[in-house]
Design a protein around this ligand. Structure first.
Ligand code: PLP
Length: 430
């Protein structure tokens, strides 16, 4: 494959945009490549500016569950835009979206719309702090909650990829209020509660972690968090920006049957437009301005184009969608597992529905951040490059998940399995 135009485009971009990108992982640093610049997408395919075609396994990091340029979603945005793009005042569709979210995610009584996942998590912890009148929060090493100051401490994916576990610019005072526990280790959480009695406002957790590769919660871990929050009157926040509407209609909480006080959402909820949301128990949500004292606002929050796309995609989600996604994803997992065995590669696959990671590691399991740090990122970089050249677009980092979409047809699946075998064979002796 030729990447001439992408190389030139990146050079130009670097002159005007820091690092040439508007979000670090797009720079392809961890796979040692020039980033690819795209110009269009249709269904399961994306086309780059050199006219190379790829099967897309990233789906814009989750939102494109129905593939690129889905007719219904595009039409809803076009129709909404004919009436203007924003009013900065209330519209009825905001209530329709809120009601839809509440119907789908049972632990949410009321929900506030924002413009990104980062905004949702930042606002959620402010709310939890205002509600409990406490300042400290617990987060897990390797969990990512967007780029809010309080979360940029052992933050997974982007930060791990660049080797920046802590970011300059985050003050010591903010960092000291973020306590770090180990994912899948309830004792590490219990210890923090003991050492900080009556000081912990909230635990924030990715109930299925997707930002150190896909790491599922071990048995009783989520219930353990629920119990500790109940005992200590702390707020349990599930960050379902990634898992919400992706692993099931009701998110990870529905799968595990453990319900948080606040849920943060993003990605799928905007159908490909910039949207986030946070919602939860009525008594907590009613602490928000204008009802209560906790302030949070947004000029473009609940934007009519974004709400139209969001409502359309949420209305399209039903049990058939998740069954079909499971069938597609399982076929790919099975094919890749067979290839891994046949090529004797030190690797395994972790999957929950349409989210999956192929881990290059001698370990059989990756359960936390420490495990994730042992992954063979050089091997992943080689694998990524081979797959890209074969026309398969994967996440440009070992610490990210694939997000499979409904529009992958049997030809795509066959190509994904064959390409994986070719790529694994090629890198095995390097
Ligand atoms: C992507 C992500 C975020 C941040 O969302 P943005 O829209 O990128 O700000 C927060 N939490 C999780 C779990 C995510 O995967």
């Amino acid at each position: 494959m030729k990447f001439k135009r992408s190389i030139e485009a990146f050079d130009r971009a670097k002159t005007f945009i820091p690092g040439g990108v508007n979000s670090p992982v797009r720079a392809f640093k961890s796979v040692n490549m020039n980033p690819v610049f795209f110009k269009s997408g249709k269904g399961s395919k994306m086309i780059d500016i050199d006219d190379n075609e790829y099967i897309d396994c990233v789906s814009s990091w989750g939102p494109l569950i129905f593939g690129h340029a889905n007719r219904e979603i595009i039409d809803s945005v076009i129709n909404a835009s004919k009436n203007g793009t924003t009013y900065g005042a209330s519209t009825e569709i905001e209530t329709l979206v809120a009601k839809k979210i509440i119907d789908m995610v049972p632990s949410i009584d009321k929900v506030r719309m924002v413009n990104s996942g980062t905004e949702a998590t930042m606002s959620a912890i402010r709310l939890a702090r205002g509600y409990t009148k406490r300042e400290k929060i617990i987060k897990f090493a390797g969990n990512y909650h967007g780029h809010g100051d309080s979360f940029l401490i052992k933050a997974g994916s982007g930060a791990v990829t660049l080797g920046l576990p802590d970011s300059p610019g985050v003050t010591k005072n903010i960092a000291k209020d973020t306590l770090i526990a180990n994912f899948n280790d309830i004792n590490s959480v219990e210890k923090l509660f003991k050492e900080n009695q009556d000081e912990i406002a909230a635990i924030i957790v990715e109930p299925i972690a997707g930002n150190m590769g896909l790491v599922k919660p071990i048995e009783n871990f989520l219930q353990g968090l629920r119990d500790l929050c109940d005992t200590n009157q702390s707020v349990l926040i599930f960050d379902e920006v990634m898992t919400g509407f992706r692993v099931s209609k009701g998110g990870a909480q529905q799968i595990y049957g453990v319900y948080p006080d606040i849920t943060t959402l993003g990605k799928i909820i905007g159908g490909g437009l910039p949207v986030g949301a946070y919602g939860g128990k009525k008594e907590i949500m009613d602490m928000l301005a204008p009802n209560g004292p906790v302030y949070q606002a947004g000029t473009l929050s609940g934007n009519p184009l974004a709400m139209s796309a969001g409502l359309t995609i949420l209305n399209m989600l039903n049990d058939d969608v998740y069954n079909k996604l499971e069938t597609i994803s399982k076929k790919i997992e099975d094919g890749w597992k067979k290839n891994i065995a046949e090529t004797n590669t030190d690797a395994h696959i972790s999957r929950q529905g349409s989210m999956l990671t192929l881990f290059f590691s001698k370990r059989k399991k990756i359960e936390n951040y420490e495990d994730a740090l042992t992954l063979d990122v050089d091997k992943y970089a080689k694998y990524f490059k081979e797959m890209l050249n074969l026309g398969v677009y994967l996440p440009p980092s070992q610490y990210e998940c694939l997000f499979l979409s409904l529009v992958l047809d049997n030809d795509d699946i066959e190509k994904l399995i064959n390409s994986n075998k070719i790529a694994l064979k090629k890198i095995i002796n390097e």
